[in-house]
Design a protein. Sequence first.
Length: 289
Amino acid sequence: MRVRRFGALIGAGMALSLAISACGSDTEKTEAKTVVQKAKDDKKLTIGIKYDQPGLGLKKPDGTFDGFDVDVAKYVAKQLGVPENGITFKETTSANREAFIGGGQVDLIFATYSITEARKAQVTFGGPYYVAHQDTLVAADNNDIKTTKDLKGKKLCKAAGSNSFRRITEGPPDGKLNIQGVNLVDAGSYSECVSKLKAGALDAVSTDDLIIAGFATQQKGSFKVINDPFTDEKYGVGIKKGDTETCEAVNKAIAQMYSDGTAKTLLEKHFSGAGLQLVTTVPQMEGCA
């Protein structure tokens, strides 16, 4: 009897172990689902965008969203099989992009997300879907800052989570200009930077030209872009690290967006009249390795 009971206990233990193992396998399969697979199965995606960047990602008073990043996100999602009503937009800032994509709060990120080597260690990037250039925004009546070098001794905004200030104040490899004597003023976002610029709390905001052009267009007569561009800012689509299937699908969608003329239409829709030379040819893709 004891032998039989012992055998029964062993059998029950093995069954429990197998059940747990099977459960774990199912969990792993769920976690391993790519964004492409999720889009195909669920017809829904959560996409991270910025809520406070005119011309790029802006939440309007009526709760709708507007901007180039928003429209590109809708286009790519459609190519993946997700209709516009299947998209949930989630506010994503420069400071939390890696955490959101890594933690699964969002499936994709379209949020002026410049592709850098440091970020590639944490995120897989699709694209770029546009190559911007860093420039500088000043008050419309400012005649002291005509070139980037004139920022020496001036108050420059330092937006949380952004690398733009480093390209001015630091030397290679992370920086570009190594301008000394720049006084950095902290801000939580570029919308806060622009508010401080308008209030006279700082002298300049320097970041991607599409970002500052959006603010200049929104508040005509208040600001001007000095048109002294430097750097290539490759706007990538943030994807969970290692999801190469989705990266390849996103790249295919971006190429299609340029070849069918949609990219040109969207760029002109959001930035015509800003004084920028818009590039309407398909960017060189970074690759999904």
